[in-house]
Design a protein around this ligand. Structure first.
Ligand code: 13P
Length: 243
């Protein structure tokens, strides 16, 4: 199982305390195969990657430019992220899409990240309006089709289904709807990958809601926003998942 924290635009050098504290409790609650990843602001990538190099915790970024170098003031490329020691990158998060990022551009970013040996956490999901219009499947299809265009090997891609209306709201999907959506996402992949594609869920995952997700066997993990900034909440999510 993947338990991935997305710190968004929070955290500074002193936040190392939170990760150190999580690190000291992590072996007691996880299984050997579990992957624990924290996607943190660019400013912390190198510091955290070095500090946790020999631990169960891996570090990731939250976006990247689609090219490796160039006259792009203010941006950071996947090649640079790799150079910090980070191993993962979140791409296509709704908070980046909200600022105008489109599937076509995200596709170029994914390709660049894979080329630079990063594992991509590719976020897809519908807005409340799209859900109300019953457009969820249409939106997801487009995000998968265009976002993953010409990407033959999905070994280094984790799909994170994050309904936008669930992010930061405390509202989670109905289990039957979530099961259907996960099956739908799987159906978008070729026979070869259908049962190999890793799908995680994000949106209001906390120590309470996690028990609801426990019974969906097709979910390979969770992308955790707010609750990943608290040692107690993050550890309790994992503990309650395995209860
Ligand atoms: P919350 O867990 O705070 O709802 O955020 C989810 C998210 O955006 C993960 O990427």
């Amino acid at each position: 199982m993947y338990f991935i924290g997305n710190w968004k635009m929070y955290g500074d050098f002193s936040s190392i305390k939170i990760l150190k504290s999580i690190n000291s409790s992590i072996n007691a609650v996880t299984k050997k195969k579990d992957k624990i990843i924290f996607c943190v602001p660019y400013t912390l990538l190198n510091f955290f990657s070095l500090k946790f190099k020999k631990s169960k915790i891996a570090i990731g970024a939250q976006n990247c430019h689609h090219l490796e170098n160039g006259p792009f003031t203010g941006f950071v490329s996947s090649k640079m992220i790799k150079n910090t020691g980070a191993k993962y990158v979140i791409l296509g998060h709704s908070e980046s899409r909200n600022l105008g990022e489109k599937n076509k551009l995200i596709n170029l970013k994914i390709k660049s990240a894979i080329k630079n040996n990063l594992t991509v956490i590719y976020c897809i999901g519908e807005t409340l309006k799209e859900k109300r219009n019953k457009d969820t499947n249409k939106v997801l299809s487009k995000q998968i089709k265009i976002g993953l265009k010409n990407i033959k090997n999905i070994k280094n891609i984790i799909i994170s289904y994050e309904p936008v209306w669930s992010i930061g709201t405390g509202i989670i999907p109905k289990i039957k709807d979530l099961k259907k959506t996960i099956t739908f996402i799987k159906s978008k992949f070729s026979k070869k990958y259908k049962n190999k594609v890793k799908i995680i869920y994000g949106g209001s995952v906390n120590p309470k809601t996690i028990s609801t997700f426990r019974n969906i066997k097709d979910i390979n993990g969770f992308l955790i926003g707010g609750a990943s900034q608290s040692k107690k909440k993050f550890i309790d999510i994992i503990r309650n998942y395995y209860k």
